[in-house]
Each structure stands twice: as structure tokens, then as C-alpha cells.
Design a protein around this ligand. Structure first.
Ligand code: PLP
Length: 324
């Protein structure tokens, strides 16, 4: 059979300059200076000794790369040796952290402690927030922006052009109309341009992605000015939703004197942070916190896990909350 759509993808040329993994693998030299080509393809025939050797040389190359690792904002200084015994367990927090789950090998108790800590950091009472431990900044942004969309179903998403690439992908996934807003030299959102864009779409509610630290410049959008701009354009607080992308600085800022304050005492709907950047978790993870009142439209009861389906993924990493 002829599948024209497949033929098109097969023949399309790679436009990036990145080296494909297979090509790279065949070039990687292991510490013994032997070619290490696709070690995983022959696993079934390997002796246990050989497998131990593969892991050992992989660990060595990680240590080597770590020494010269600059540029991606992750904290590499940590020692979680004490948690090693937990690797003997499959820990899964499927479902809503506040509902418990019929899957008893869970760490929901740890998760709720982590969430309570973040809730108090961002000044929202325990009985007024909802949240969960995510797979990272992207999932937190997806959940936050989706909550916004579910509140304001025909909302337009506004995000500065220096927002993280995940935000524009999320707009596509959720099919939300997205307006890119210009930035100032500092990388902050330009509220004059925001004003013009809001006015051009003033018949539709506004969902704002607000940056607490942009990936490239660490720029922090001015929350008070954004709220003021929304009000000046005639958006009452029931016609806007602000999600804060705090993957980079959301956790750090509350501890910095004279830094701008991000808090649920201001009219924001959600904040997402990364667990592997500033904190330094050995596995990607993050946290998203939103207002409990927004969650009524976001969850449904699921019998098989005896919990609520309110998270993006089903099964969730049960080790992550413990590391956090
Ligand atoms: C890193 C980053 C993200 C995405 O986080 P992931 O954990 O890679 O999904 C989102 N927003 C900002 C500002 C970031 O720096």
C-alpha cells in the first residue's frame, strides 16, 4: 500500500544541525578507548558482569561531563544517598494528592507536605489551594494555563515573546488563541504592547502567562503593572486569569530581600515551579499550585484508582515529592 503522508515524512530532510543519537553513539568512546556503539542493543546476550561494566562506564562519563557542565540552570550539588533504599519500591502517586489512592505504594503524605510548604510560601491558606507535584516546569504550565482556559473558555492567551517555548506549545495543544507580546530590553513584558493587544481583543477574556524569570535573561514580569493594565483596559477580575511561570525563580524570589512579591494575595490563578533547577532534584519534577475554587470544573471521580482525575498525567512519580 502507498501511504503518501508517510513517504513525505521519510523523504523530508533534517533541517537542524543536531547530530542524531545513533550517529553520536557510534562516535562515543568509552573510558577504555573502545568504540561504544549502541550497547543496549545486545542486552539479552550480555552477562551480568558486562551490564555492571556498562553502568560503571556510563557513571564515569556522567561524572566527567558534570565537571564541565555550564549553561543549563540546574543545581548539581546534592547528595541523596540516604534515599537510595527507596529505589527498591515502585512508588506511584496516581490521582489527586488530597484524595488518597487505592494504590497503596504511594507517597501522598509527603506530597501534601511539599504542597503545604509551597502554599505557605506563596501565601494561600491550606483550605483554599490545590496543587500537585508535576514532571517539571512544562507540565505545571500546561496545568495552570488549562485551568485558566477552563475558567474562561473563550479566553485569549497573552505571553511575552521571551516566554518559555512550552507556553506556545501549550497554546497549540489546548487550541487557545495566543498573542505574543513584545518585551522591554530587560526581557520583561512590555505593558504598552500588552495594552494594545488587550484592547484589540477586548471582547474576549484574557489568560496571561506571567514570567517569574525568563529562561534566557531571568526577566521578571511586573505583576502589579500587568494587573493595572488589565484594569485600565476594562478587564474585571472575573475576566482575566494570570498563570505565573516560575520555573526559574519562583522558588528563589520569596527569599530575596527587595525582590518583587508573587503571592496569592494578588489576583493570580496559579504558579508553577521546577524542582530540578534551583532545588536540584536528580529527576525532573516540579510543583503547581492553584486556587481550590478553580478545580471544580477540572476533576472527575475515577473508580479504578479510587481518586479524582485532576492531574495531567495518570501515574505520577512517587519518589519526586520525597526528593523535594
Ligand atoms: C525550564 C523552564 C521551563 C520548562 O521546564 P521543564 O522542567 O524543562 O519542563 C518553563 N519555563 C521556564 C521559564 C523555564 O526556565
Amino acid at each position: 500500500m502507498n501511504y503518501p503522508c508517510l513517504a513525505a515524512t521519510e523523504s523530508s530532510e533534517t533541517t537542524t544541525t543536531m547530530t542524531p543519537l545513533r550517529e553520536k553513539l557510534s562516535k562515543i568512546e568509552n573510558p577504555g578507548n573502545q568504540e561504544m556503539s549502541l550497547p543496549f542493543s545486545e542486552l539479552s546476550m550480555d552477562s551480568e558482569e558486562h551490564l555492571v561494566q556498562i553502568i560503571k562506564s556510563y557513571a564515569q562519563s556522567l561524572s566527567h561531563n558534570k565537571m564541565s557542565f555550564l549553561g543549563y540552570p540546574t543545581n548539581l550539588e546534592f547528595d541523596y544517598e540516604a534515599l537510595a533504599p527507596l529505589l527498591h519500591f515502585h512508588i506511584n502517586n496516581a490521582g489527586d494528592p488530597f484524595m488518597g489512592s487505592s494504590y497503596t505504594l504511594n507517597s501522598s503524605a509527603f506530597e501534601v507536605c511539599v504542597l503545604d510548604w509551597f502554599a505557605s510560601l506563596w501565601e494561600i491558606p491550606k483550605n483554599q489551594y490545590w496543587g500537585y507535584v508535576t514532571t517539571g516546569g512544562t507540565e505545571g504550565n500546561l496545568h495552570g494555563i488549562l485551568v485558566g482556559r477552563e475558567q474562561l473558555t473563550d479566553g485569549v492567551l497573552y505571553a511575552s515573546e521571551e516566554s518559555h517555548y512550552s507556553v506556545f506549545k501549550i497554546a497549540r495543544i489546548c487550541r487557545i488563541q495566543c498573542v505574543k507580546v513584545a518585551t522591554l530590553k530587560s526581557g520583561e513584558i512590555d505593558c504598552c504592547d500588552l495594552k494594545a493587544s488587550l484592547r484589540a481583543n477586548k471582547d474576549k477574556p484574557a489568560i496571561i502567562n506571567l514570567n517569574i524569570g525568563t529562561t534566557m535573561k531571568g526577566a521578571i514580569d511586573d505583576l502589579d503593572l500587568v494587573v493595572q493594565t488589565l484594569e485600565e483596559c476594562g478587564f474585571s477580575c472575573d475576566r482575566f486569569y494570570i498563570h505565573c511561570d516560575g520555573a526559574l525563580f519562583g522558588l528563589m524570589l520569596p527569599f530575596v530581600k527587595q525582590a518583587p512579591r508573587f503571592s496569592f494575595k494578588k489576583p493570580i490563578g496559579s504558579i508553577a515551579i521546577s524542582g530540578h533547577k534551583f532545588i536540584g532534584c536528580p529527576i525532573p519534577c516540579g510543583v503547581v499550585i492553584t486556587r481550590l475554587e478553580h478545580m471544580n470544573v477540572m476533576s472527575s471521580d475515577i473508580e479504578i484508582i479510587a481518586s479524582k482525575d485532576s492531574t495531567i498525567t495518570g501515574s505520577r512519580n512517587g519518589h519526586a515529592p520525597i526528593f523535594l
